[in-house]
Design a protein around this ligand. Structure first.
Ligand SMILES: *Cc1c(COP(=O)(O)O)cnc(C)c1O
Length: 382
């Protein structure tokens, strides 16, 4: 497919320069480069009107097929999905409760294990919940969880990625404990795919709602995502995300006053994102895991040959990464200079170390560009 000529506003010149991505599918560098098929699907959707309600019904069918869940809905990223998931467990299908969100005076607590705390907590609190953190460092984390499951608990929040390394019990055991107390379980599976098995495992383990990113490994647009789970909770999520009056949608007479939309309207998902995400998800199932043009070992070897760089293999969150330093520059200065360079290289600083953590988003020929970018910054600093 040929790309039509685009007249970019001149102000975009800097932002539109090529950037070598060593972060992986991170939002700050635009998540992912889309396949032609996904771009074509988005452009198909862009040229027509589509009844969003019908599109979400189709999304539910695709998501149900892929995850084994009863139902699903397209969301605005996994973070938007988590907001809808918490809102669904709090307000269910009661329009009065939906209209009272996020200040609803019931189901105010979201319970999570300490090892599942993450950078996304503010996004969870948007749904009006207070986070109740349960210590899972002790002998019996399930026993520590039990006293926190009560009438005011909206849900237990479980991070499927952190669960691999953390102390929290496996998902089936947490689901059993939560369900015994009548509390649903929401799983953040944003970073848990690949492996593909994690498209079905949280549902098979009994999770009530599972949030996925469309714009990470699945290959959909960066602002897309989806929820999979129980039909009644998905119906609540959709009622709270939809454009229109929740009383009308749920068949109740609205009290006097203006139309009441749900809290999820702030995370609306456009037709282009929904269609792009569904085509990517469908294609992801029968595609091979894409081969990388190089691996961290290649990057490490190439950078070791560059004068002025200190290169070290390190561990980050259970995975390998390469730490690079230049004498006289802080890690942050090095990151900024690499990003401002030509060629530009995007890296991340963790605990005062500059890291190259992934080659999965590097394209053909970019190892050479990466080396050039580092060599120029090192030469300028010496
Ligand atoms: C990326 C990420 C999110 C947010 O996903 P978006 O699709 O960018 O909204 C949430 N949780 C975890 C663990 C993530 O890695």
């Amino acid at each position: 497919m040929t790309t039509p000529a685009i007249a970019l506003p001149p102000e975009l010149a800097d932002a539109a320069r090529p950037v070598v991505n060593t972060l992986g599918h991170w939002t700050r560098v635009g998540n992912i480069c889309l396949d032609d098929e996904v771009i074509a699907a988005m452009s198909w959707a862009a040229r027509r009107y589509i009844v969003i309600e019908e599109l979400q019904r189709a999304a539910s069918a695709v998501i149900a097929r892929v995850t084994g869940a009863e139902a699903g809905c397209a969301t605005n990223g996994a973070a938007g999905g988590l907001l809808l998931a918490i809102a669904a467990t709090r307000a269910r299908l009661d329009p009065d409760r939906i209209a009272a969100m996020p200040g609803l005076d019931e189901k105010r607590e979201l319970v999570l294990f300490a090892s599942h705390r993450s950078a996304y907590e503010s996004c969870l609190r948007v749904a009006g919940v207070e986070l109740v953190v349960v210590d899972d460092a002790g002998e019996d984390p399930l026993a520590a969880l039990a006293p926190h499951l009560g009438a005011d608990t909206a849900a237990v929040f479980y991070d499927a990625q952190l669960a691999c390394a953390g102390a929290a019990p496996p998902l089936p055991a947490v689901v059993e404990a939560a369900h015994a107390a009548g509390v649903p379980v929401i799983v953040d599976a944003s970073l848990a795919v690949p492996p593909r098995a994690n498209l079905t495992e949280p549902i098979a383990a009994g999770a009530d709602l599972v949030a996925y990113s469309g714009g990470k490994a699945i290959g959909g647009p960066g602002a897309s995502g989806f929820l999979a789970g129980r039909a009644d909770l998905i119906a609540s999520a959709l009622a709270q995300q939809a454009d229109g009056d929740v009383y009308d949608r749920l068949g109740r007479q609205r009290p006097p006053g203006p139309v009441q939309m749900g809290i999820g309207r702030v995370t609306k998902t456009g037709k282009e994102e929904i269609v792009g995400m569904l085509v990517a998800l469908d294609g992801y199932l029968d595609s091979e895991e894409p081969a990388c043009v190089c691996d961290l070992g290649d990057v490490e070897a190439a950078l070791r040959a560059v004068p002025g760089l200190q290169v070290e293999r390190v561990a980050k969150g259970g995975k390998d990464a390469i730490a690079v330093a230049v004498a006289g520059l802080s890690a942050r200065e090095l990151r900024e200079r690499l990003l401002a360079g030509d060629p530009a290289v995007a890296t991340v600083v963790v605990a005062d170390r500059l890291l190259i953590q992934s080659t999965e988003c590097m394209h053909e020929g970019e190892l050479e560009l990466l080396v050039q970018g580092f060599a120029q910054v090192a030469a300028a600093a010496s």
